[in-house]
Write a protein that binds this ligand. Structure first.
Ligand code: HEM
Length: 227
């Protein structure tokens, strides 16, 4: 099988695997602090939320700078976010609670932020399952509606994050501001104004990012580009 990626796709795939490789390396070299389970939970959680924001930033980057190349990496970025969220959940279920479901259900009462995290994870799971080209074609207009739930996942994850931290909530506040900005950019009049103000250098940067071995624009990438 021959992989045909453009420059941006290479950056996204290699960049998305780096936190995972660092985690494995730090695990093998005993560099995961005195509380490795908490460290893994925190790292995978933080990576998942950051990658979720990256995937939500793709459409705004296209709107503001005319960087169409980002339409092609929105799906992989979302899938990497779901991958890190799955690692986060598995760490909690297996490493922290040894699949002791009695203890897990008791922890839900003591730590309700876990319920909010679980709801966010279920949305990410549904979006992952329906992210295939076949699902996009099969679900038609419903696909777009379903995938708009990604914003709800973003809000739930931020609530989960604030709830976990309690004290210094600077990070989740920054995420809230970024998420609000990413949503405002999509509002029709704002979007139209921003498109009319796209900088001239956007086209050359887009060409550079699409360089290497560009993927042809498919019917699917056109259909999903406004989510
Ligand atoms: C599937 C259900 C989930 C469970 C059971 C869960 C569980 C947890 C737990 C126990 C912590 C506390 C770690 C600690 O400080 O001791 C935590 C923190 C966190 N989780 Fe989740 N979580 C879930 C879903 C998610 C999802 C979907 C995301 C992101 C997409 C996420 C992002 C975070 C973040 C950013 C933190 C804070 C890390 C820090 O302290 O810096 N979680 N989660």
């Amino acid at each position: 099988m021959k992989i045909k990626f453009n420059r941006l796709q290479w950056i996204v795939h290699i960049g998305s695997l780096i936190p995972f490789l660092i985690l494995i390396f730090d695990g093998l070299t005993n560099n995961l602090t005195v509380n490795p389970i908490q460290e893994i939970t925190q790292r995978t959680g933080r990576t998942a939320i950051l990658w979720l924001m990256f995937s939500l930033a793709c459409t705004p980057l296209n709107i503001i700078f005319g960087l169409k190349a980002f339409n092609q990496v929105r799906r992989p970025l979302g899938l990497y976010a779901a991958f890190y969220a799955a690692l986060h959940l598995l760490t909690f279920l297996i490493l922290d609670y040894w699949l002791d479901f009695q203890l897990i259900f008791r922890s839900l009462r003591e730590k309700p932020f876990i319920i909010v995290g679980t709801l966010a994870f279920l949305i990410l799971l549904a979006l992952t399952i329906t992210s295939t080209t076949r699902s996009i074609k099969r679900l038609g207009k419903k696909w777009k509606k379903l995938h708009q739930l990604v914003y709800a996942a973003g809000v739930l994850v931020i609530i989960h994050y604030i709830w976990v931290l309690k004290a210094d909530i600077t990070q989740p506040i920054i995420y809230s501001v970024v998420l609000a900005f990413l949503l405002i950019v999509r509002v029709k009049p704002v979007r139209q104004w921003l498109v009319s103000k796209q900088p001239p250098w956007g086209k050359s940067l887009n060409k550079f990012l699409m360089g290497g071995k560009p993927k042809r624009k498919t019917a699917v990438s056109v259909k999903t580009s406004q989510v």
